[in-house]
Design a protein around this ligand. Structure first.
Ligand SMILES: Nc1ncnc2c1ncn2[C@@H]1O[C@H](COP(=O)(O)OP(=O)(O)OP(=O)(O)O)[C@@H](O)[C@H]1O
Ligand SMILES: [Mg+2]
Length: 313
């Protein structure tokens, strides 16, 4: 069991609306409406907790509507490393249709002052050394610059933490300069951050080689239902998930990241690490939520994952 901190600088209340088929411009009737505390790091934390790890969650939280987060932190027994900032945590609306399509409408989130950013760095300086690893995931809130974000990752690294990064755009570009231990972009995010094509395995291998040279140990490239390519310094592996019926892909990437961390921090063999992580991600897509609710189902999914070495073409 590892001690892991997840940082979500721009968390969200996810409002998931489930309906048969979205008709834009018409009155749509939802089957269910679920509200829950979310944001990529918060999602990763829940899957890590399901896997038995000791988890703390942190970042910035709107002081005006913390109830859902406070309830989650209490019920899961998470350590609380959130800095409360004036305003409301944003709401992200997810419209999940029967065929698995999800439409996201994401709000920007509160403005985060320099003072609050200082406060987070101070807190991390105190509690950081307790942890084995830190996951930094999701977008940057208003007020947080890519330069500050790079500095945050460098601080975490200087504290001796393994840093796993899952973000996109400017934040990923800035974060890469700090050479995190692990990154989990999807193919588009990787192409955008490195400004190079990443469609083929050979192109991804080239990109990973560049990143390894910069100090990134693990490059985990996800590609939806087509699976995952994992480039470490010593090996390159591909996993194909089993065919599953898709309820919602929300939390798939977060589940994959949690699964990879679990295997790596537990010292599992690479093939098994990737197999389990791919099964956990597949399990997420079979649910409206995500997480490991059924060990027998996870075992069945694991046996349906195909892992093979990646040979460059
Ligand atoms: N339809 C699917 N069937 C099985 N597994 C899936 C499916 N979609 C996604 N996955 C699994 O989830 C992993 C992550 O998915 P994806 O590449 O879409 O992540 P992402 O783009 O980072 O998504 P997000 O950040 O929105 O969760 C994939 O590598 C795959 O293992
Ligand atoms: Mg993602």
């Amino acid at each position: 069991m590892a001690k892991i901190l997840t940082l979500t600088l721009n968390p969200a209340l996810d409002l998931t609306v489930r309906l048969a088929c979205l008709e834009p411009g018409a009155v749509n009737r939802s089957e269910t409406l679920l509200t829950h505390a979310a944001g990529k790091g918060v999602n990763v934390a829940q899957v890590l907790a399901d896997l038995g790890h000791n988890v703390s969650v942190g970042g910035f939280l709107g002081a005006q509507n913390p109830q859902a987060f406070d309830a989650l932190i209490a019920s899961r027994g998470f350590g609380d490393a959130f800095i409360r900032v004036p305003g409301e945590t944003r709401s992200n609306i997810k419209i999940a249709e029967q065929d698995g399509r999800v439409t996201d409408i994401n709000a920007p989130g509160p403005q985060v002052s320099e003072q609050a950013q200082e406060q987070l760095l101070k807190l991390i300086a105190v509690i950081g050394p307790e942890f084995d690893a830190v996951v930094v995931a999701g977008s940057l809130p208003r007020g947080v610059s890519p330069q500050w974000f790079q500095g945050l990752l460098e601080t975490l690294k200087d504290l001796g933490l393994k840093v796993a990064l899952d973000t996109s755009g400017q934040a990923l570009r800035a974060g890469l300069k700090a050479a995190p231990w692990l990154i989990k972009p999807n193919t588009e995010e990787l192409a955008d951050a490195l400004d190079c094509p990443t469609q083929t395995v050979a192109q991804q291998a080239l990109a990973a080689e560049r990143l390894h040279a910069q100090g990134v140990e693990h490059v985990v490239v996800s590609h939806g239902a087509d699976g995952v390519n994992w480039f470490s310094r010593s090996a390159a592996l591909h996993a194909t998930p089993p065919k599953v019926s898709v309820a919602s892909t929300v939390g798939a990437g977060d589940s994959l990241l949690a699964g990879m961390l679990h295997g790596l921090l537990s010292g599992e063999a690479p093939e098994q690490t990737l197999r389990r992580a791919t099964a956990i991600a597949a399990m997420a897509v079979t649910q409206i939520g995500f997480g490991i609710s059924d060990d027998a189902q996870l075992a069945r999914l694991e046996s349906g994952v195909a892992v093979r070495p990646l040979t460059e073409q």
